[in-house]
Design a protein around this ligand. Structure first.
Ligand code: ZN
Length: 246
């Protein structure tokens, strides 16, 4: 089974369309690690796409807040503005669908799926120390996550932890051969708002038969996504940051 792994689309339709076109023919089903909405200007389109085409999905913190399951006091002012705007854009039916998304982790075949961490859906896993002890939580040897908007993966080998990188600027893909003996925590990166200083949309393809993990980047029409954010009256910063990937 070949799976397209996407996360943190954040209502960026231009970025999602570029990913789907780039990955065409390379996958059998779509898996999503959450944050469909928030920040971008196309939440209704992204929710409808997910309802129709995504096989497996966990909720993200922005999905939870926009669905009214949590208040947004802990969001910064720009994220709060995006929440208010998003709630207005979605129908009752779409909001109810968002509210019903499961919290991670989910367990499927040989892998698991979470938004922030298998231990806590809101945790940001960035540091060695935070990731190192998590191996105990990996009920399956592979866990896909999102939330940080940084693409990459970690693997444990003989009491140590190693990082697997995504493609550097100028390259569109890195391929990692995953060992059946090891555990892996994999962040496919953010489709709609990358923060690892590469503005290209990030995603992954996992082929469970060949055990190849493809970490991929694709350029998209950032100017058009920015225009839509500004036309919607969303904070200018949310448009600007798409261009820097930061
Ligand atoms: Zn996010």
């Amino acid at each position: 089974m070949r799976r397209l792994i996407v996360s943190d689309i954040h209502a960026n339709l231009e970025a999602l369309e570029a990913v789907l076109a780039d990955a065409k023919g390379l996958y059998d089903e779509i898996v999503c690690c959450g944050d469909l909405v928030g920040y971008g200007a196309s939440p209704a389109e992204i929710v409808e796409w997910a309802r129709k085409d995504v096989s497996l999905i966990v909720r993200g913190n922005h999905d939870r807040v926009c669905a009214g399951l949590d208040d947004h006091d802990w969001f910064n002012s720009k994220a709060q503005a995006a929440v208010r705007w998003t709630v207005n854009e979605l129908t009752e039916d779409q909001l109810a669908w968002l509210a019903a998304l499961p919290a991670g982790p989910l367990f499927v075949d040989g892998f698991m799926l979470a938004h922030g961490s298998p231990a806590d859906e809101d945790a940001y896993l960035m540091e060695y120390e935070e990731v190192y002890t998590l191996v105990e939580m990996l009920v399956r040897p592979i866990c896909f996550i999102g939330h940080t908007h940084f693409q990459g993966a970690w693997t444990w080998y003989r009491d140590d932890l190693y990082a697997l990188q995504g493609p550097v600027a100028g390259r569109s893909e890195t391929v990692h051969q995953l060992s059946p003996q090891n555990h892996y925590l994999i962040n496919s990166g953010s489709v709609g708002q990358p923060r690892d200083r590469d503005p290209r949309a990030a995603y992954a393809i996992w082929d469970s038969a060949t055990r190849e993990l493809h970490l991929r980047r694709i350029a998209y029409d950032i100017a058009s996504a920015q225009r839509r954010i500004l036309d919607a009256g969303l904070p200018q910063f949310l448009a600007e940051r798409l261009a820097t990937g930061h």
